[in-house]
Design a protein around this ligand. Structure first.
Ligand code: SAM
Length: 247
């Protein structure tokens, strides 16, 4: 019977499209895309002609009902985003939830995802990791989020914009001290690079050359060192505050 396919697309290198993604995109009746112009370029490169429908954060609710209707009428639909895996810091959550509620089959294809690609080569522990997506844009909210993650025992994975990378790394250095960081930049593309330094040194490294902040970025933070003797940071903060009050 008909279904919704979740189809990952390349994060830079067009060669990373999977054989199955090409097959599915070539056979569906409709492709729901975050940006139809962007996906149109990919499809014409693959020599696939298929109707496109825009599905983004602002119209996902109505479009979900429309697409469920189409699938029930016997159409196969594929969901793609601009790059990588749909729903991973990309649209699609509402559509998939509604399909599940409506009993419509959802079939995921494996494929490119910047977070997993970055992690696989960063040299940080991968047995446990926490994907945090984008940090809040506002400074106070960002610092609160970082503070809430300070004792996280898993490797932290963030998506970051080139405009904010230096500020974010500066905030991490201030809050976490010399914690090991890895910046993965421009994955699968010509200027792919990995920078691995303690947060405090990463600030100076990035500030020294604008090119080091350019492009698309995954920022990874080593877990807080599991030191069983150490007091939890919350307790340390409380002690510091108490000390200030004492004569
Ligand atoms: N759904 C995508 C995925 O599966 O990775 C992520 C979409 S999110 C809107 C875009 C962010 O992913 C970028 O700002 C960047 O942080 C990260 N990203 C995407 N492509 C990348 C690449 N080639 N190299 C490094 N980071 C990338």
């Amino acid at each position: 019977s008909c279904c919704l396919y979740i189809v990952p697309t390349p994060i830079g290198n067009l060669g990373d499209i999977t054989q199955r993604a090409v097959e599915v995109l070539g056979k569906v009746d409709l492709v729901a895309a975050e940006d139809t112009r962007h996906t149109g370029i990919l499809l014409s490169h693959l020599q696939i002609q298929v109707p496109l429908l825009a599905l983004h954060d602002h119209n996902e609710q109505q479009r979900a009902e429309l697409l469920i209707g189409k699938i029930r009428q016997g159409k196969n639909v594929a969901l793609v985003s601009d790059a990588g895996t749909p729903l991973i810091s990309d649209p699609g959550y509402h559509l998939v939830t509604r399909c599940r509620e409506a009993g419509v089959n959802v079939v995921p294809l494996p494929g490119p995802c910047a977070a997993v690609t970055a992690l696989s080569a960063a040299g940080l522990p991968t047995d446990r990791f926490a994907f945090e997506g984008f940090l809040p844009a506002k400074e106070k909210a960002r610092d609160d989020r970082l503070q809430s993650l300070i004792d996280e025992p898993r490797t932290l994975v963030f998506y970051e914009s080139p405009r904010r990378l230096l500020d974010t790394v500066t905030a991490i250095a201030r809050l976490y001290g010399p914690r090991p960081l890895v910046v993965a930049r421009e994955l699968t593309k010509t200027f792919e690079s990995f920078y691995s330094l303690p947060a405090t040194e990463m600030v100076a490294w990035l500030a020294a050359d604008d090119n080091r902040c350019r492009g698309e970025i995954v920022l990874m933070v080593a877990a807080a060192r599991p030191d069983p003797e150490a007091l939890p940071s919350e307790a340390l903060r409380t002690l510091t505050l108490l000390q200030r009050e004492l004569p």
